[in-house]
Design a protein around this ligand. Structure first.
Ligand SMILES: Cc1cc2nc3c(=O)[nH]c(=O)nc-3n(C[C@H](O)[C@H](O)[C@H](O)COP(=O)(O)O)c2cc1C
Length: 195
């Protein structure tokens, strides 16, 4: 699989980090295109203690990336900005209300929002892991708009029935759910009712 992962400035950076780690480790994935919004960097510094743009992927993965490549959000000429480039889907994790609004309303004015726009027009899977609480009516409307255009609204709501021992485990299991949804079931995923 050839996937795009975008991290935007909502709370929940641990989810994005675990997603990148899972995809790097997954042999079925050949390439991951990674884009971090400008504002996500601020939240990453708050939540993960990761600061600065230099070696961002290495800091998030804990090792040099093998298959993940980073693009700047201003680079609207990157391959993932074109529908002619073969991709299997895009995951925005976490997805801020600002990015949700831009995607839902077709504002393809950054690489993240353009790549999402392209994913929708090419009828490829677009997973928006939205995060905010509580939601106002604008958020709710934008989620409906995006869902009507073909996106899957996959809110950052972890499960508790698997009794996660910490936030990393909670995030890992959430990532397993997202990846199972796009056809990449993960080893170590908790599955309710499995013997
Ligand atoms: C620590 C921190 C936490 C935030 N959490 C959220 C959040 O959970 N959801 C959200 O929509 N915005 C959140 N924001 C606000 C967004 O970062 C802000 O709206 C930003 O403009 C989003 O830009 P982007 O979508 O381009 O990343 C947070 C900001 C900070 C500094």
């Amino acid at each position: 699989m050839n996937l795009t992962v975008a991290i935007t400035g909502a709370s929940g950076m641990v989810f994005g980090r675990e997603m990148l780690r899972a995809l790097e480790a997954d042999e079925r994935v050949s390439r991951v295109h990674f884009v971090a919004s400008e504002n996500s960097l601020r939240v990453m510094a708050e939540e993960l203690g990761v600061s600065g743009r230099n070696d961002l992927l290495e800091k998030l993965l804990g090792a040099a990336p093998v298959k993940t490549v980073q693009h700047t959000n201003a680079d609207i000429g990157a391959a993932i900005a074109s529908g002619s480039y073969p991709l299997n889907g895009m995951i925005v994790l976490p997805c801020s209300m600002g990015t949700l609004a831009a995607i839902a309303n077709g504002l393809a004015n950054s690489l993240i929002t353009r790549a999402a726009d392209v994913t929708l027009k090419e009828r490829r899977p677009l997973i928006l892991c939205v995060r905010e609480t509580p939601f106002n009516r604008i958020h709710l409307r934008n989620m409906t708009l995006a869902a009507e255009a073909g996106a899957v609204i996959f809110p950052c709501i972890p499960s508790f029935y698997n009794r996660p021992i910490d936030s990393t485990e909670m995030a890992r299991q959430f990532v397993c759910r997202v990846l199972a949804h796009i056809g990449l079931p993960q080893p170590g995923a908790y599955v309710w009712g499995r013997d």
